[in-house]
Design a binder for this molecule. Structure first.
Ligand SMILES: O=C(O)CCC(=O)C(=O)O
Ligand SMILES: [Fe+2]
Length: 190
């Protein structure tokens, strides 16, 4: 497990570096990236006699900056395309799924969009997946990066820590991102 987390940490840092570079930025534009925080979550979906009446994991976006997801050979992950179509993300040997999380959505001022996804269950196979959530230090305020902001691109989101954001997620579920949008109204505690 420790070895796995170490590998994932290196990969996530590399991916974020590449993503920032694609926006003309680098790690120095978010110095807190030197102190990432991460979380490993093991998901287990037992066989379900009637998959039409159950959901493995309800539709959501991840709160992280990035999530690196490992699926075994049993599929079940689906991603929402254009807000209407659930497209399966089949397991591919030797491949990981990379999900953009809400904090990356905020940090990039909406340039990288967090993906809505869910996990369905099946009648035959017990399914397992391993999600590695990678994010900022717990108490650092994350806001759209300064260099992405100008007259034509005002900051779309209010500063928020990962800790605060998880609190909003807990109370407002999939409306959390909207809640901290600058034109989305005021944050109401609880
Ligand atoms: O099991 C999966 O494929 C998805 C897991 C997931 O979305 C999560 O842990 O946040
Ligand atoms: Fe997820």
């Amino acid at each position: 497990m420790e070895e796995y987390q170490k590998e994932m940490k290196g990969l996530a840092a590399k991916l974020i570096d590449l993503m920032l570079r694609s926006l003309g930025l680098n790690n120095e534009d978010a110095k807190w990236l030197r102190h990432p925080r991460s979380l490993l979550q093991l998901n287990s979906y037992p066989v379900c006699p009637d998959p039409t009446r159950a959901m493995g994991l309800a539709p959501h976006t991840d709160s992280s900056l990035l999530t690196l997801l490992y699926q075994t050979t049993t599929g079940g992950l689906q991603v929402l395309v254009d807000g209407v179509l659930w497209a399966p993300v089949y397991p591919t040997a030797g491949a990981l799924v990379v999900n953009v999380g809400d904090l990356m959505h905020i940090l990039s001022n909406g340039r990288f969009k967090s993906a809505v996804h869910r996990a369905i269950v099946n009648k035959v196979h017990h399914r397992i997946s391993i999600a590695y959530f990678y994010g900022p230090p717990w108490d650092v305020k994350i806001s759209p990066l300064m260099k992405l902001i100008d007259h034509d691109h005002p900051p779309l989101y209010q500063p928020v820590t990962w800790k605060e954001y998880l609190g909003y997620k807990a109370t407002h579920f999939n409306k959390a991102l909207e809640l901290i949008r600058n034109d989305g109204g005021e944050i109401q505690a609880n």
